[in-house]
Design a binder for this molecule. Structure first.
Ligand SMILES: Cc1cc2nc3c(=O)[nH]c(=O)nc-3n(C[C@H](O)[C@H](O)[C@H](O)COP(=O)(O)OP(=O)(O)OC[C@H]3O[C@@H](n4cnc5c(N)ncnc54)[C@H](O)[C@@H]3O)c2cc1C
Length: 332
């Protein structure tokens, strides 16, 4: 089978590359950063499938299946953690989410046990990923299956279609330029890894504050700043995260900060996962996963592999019709 090129060494690109290899394809991956330096490496990263429907729910569900299996193998970097998910505002009674029966444990927190200021809450046992270890594992599996990872900045998708007739574009926020898609924008986020050991995690979505116990420490967050391209850590934001988390969990006060990371979530009104056919080949776009890229990654990767197998390469077009011939073949 002809070689497929994947652009992107974050969780979306590595997952897509692996899913393609599992279908028998040989894959070359181009990235301008090592996996450990991508946005993916800065993430929480909790599986967060709440509020999704349609194909997003299907992708999240497929990813959940994979993560629940990986939780049995601690070296994967995925562990099952008890989380308290609190809400300050909630219209009506808090019903159990669609995935409640898929998790080993998911229960409403009785009103009498809610901290002051909260009106609803859930206890859940949910997979949490330690991205450095998880990405390292994906990278190793990719290489072991014969994949090649090359550090290369790509300026244009057409330039790659001269090298392969199928390119998978998983360039995250880089897709704004690479796919000429102004709908893509950065949503900057900062996290701190500390050495505190917690029995359970905590999440307050309305204050955008979370503490996630992981296999490499406890991750504290967070921040979200739209259209902010800065990749360097902001000391003021670190102080704010520490103060918010210490107000919830006293152990944070005496914890050592092991690492501060910044990532640019690839914001978009919807994930773009579709095939574009050009005169000299096909592109599968897989970007725009915003704040839930880990939640969707494996399901999207399976979709990429299905699309790659389902659509034949283009038949050669007459010279005249090659100019400006990009069009959408499929949209989901
Ligand atoms: C602070 C924070 C917390 C988060 N928490 C969670 C969470 O709890 N749960 C969850 O599911 N998600 C979470 N996310 C979201 C998740 O991290 C992202 O959705 C996901 O990492 C996006 O992955 P990606 O592979 O598309 O992008 P990236 O990780 O940014 O990877 C993009 C890749 O494309 C490459 N690239 C881009 N342009 C080019 C080019 N021109 N040439 C060559 N290579 C290029 C880059 O080098 C990189 O390798 C969080 C994100 C942040 C920042």
């Amino acid at each position: 089978m002809p070689e497929i090129i994947v652009i992107g060494g974050g969780v979306i690109g590595l997952s897509s590359a692996l899913a393609l290899q599992q279908r028998g394809h040989s894959v070359r991956l181009f990235t301008r950063e090592l996996p450990q330096d991508t946005t993916s490496a800065a993430a929480g990263a909790i599986w967060a499938g709440g509020g999704l429907d349609g194909r997003m729910r299907r992708w999240a569900d497929d990813s959940l299946t994979r993560f629940l299996t990986l939780c049995q193998a601690p070296e994967s970097g995925v562990t099952l953690q008890r989380i308290q998910d609190f809400r300050r505002h909630y219209p009506g009674a808090l019903s159990l989410p669609w995935f409640a029966s898929r998790l080993p444990y998911c229960q409403r927190i009785p009103a009498a046990e809610l901290p002051s200021g909260f009106v609803a809450g859930l206890w859940l046992d949910v997979p949490i990923v330690a991205p450095p270890r998880y990405l390292q594992g994906l990278h190793e599996q990719f290489l072991a299956a014969g994949g090649r990872l090359e550090m290369r900045h790509i300026d244009s998708l057409d330039e790659l279609l001269d090298e392969a007739n199928l390119v998978v574009n998983c360039s995250g926020v880089g897709a704004r330029k690479l796919a000429d898609d102004p709908a893509v924008h950065p949503i900057r986020g900062q996290t701190l890894l500390v050495d505190a050991q917690l029995d359970q995690g905590f999440m307050d979505e309305s204050a955008f504050t979370y503490l996630f116990p992981r296999d490499d420490g406890t991750l504290l967050g967070g921040t979200q700043r739209a259209d902010d391209w800065r990749r360097e850590a902001d000391a003021g934001e670190s102080a704010s995260i520490l103060a918010r988390c210490a107000a919830i969990e006293e152990a944070v006060n005496s914890a050592t900060v092991l690492r501060v990371r910044v990532g640019l979530r690839p914001g978009r009104h919807a994930v773009r996962l579709e095939i574009e056919r050009r005169a000299n080949g096909r592109i599968i776009h897989n970007y725009g996963h915003g704040g839930i890229g880990f939640t969707l990654a494996w399901g999207c990767a399976l979709e990429v592999a299905r699309l790659a197998n389902a659509t034949p390469p283009p038949s050669p077009l007459p010279e005249a019709s090659k100019r400006g011939s990009a069009f959408r073949e499929a949209e989901f």
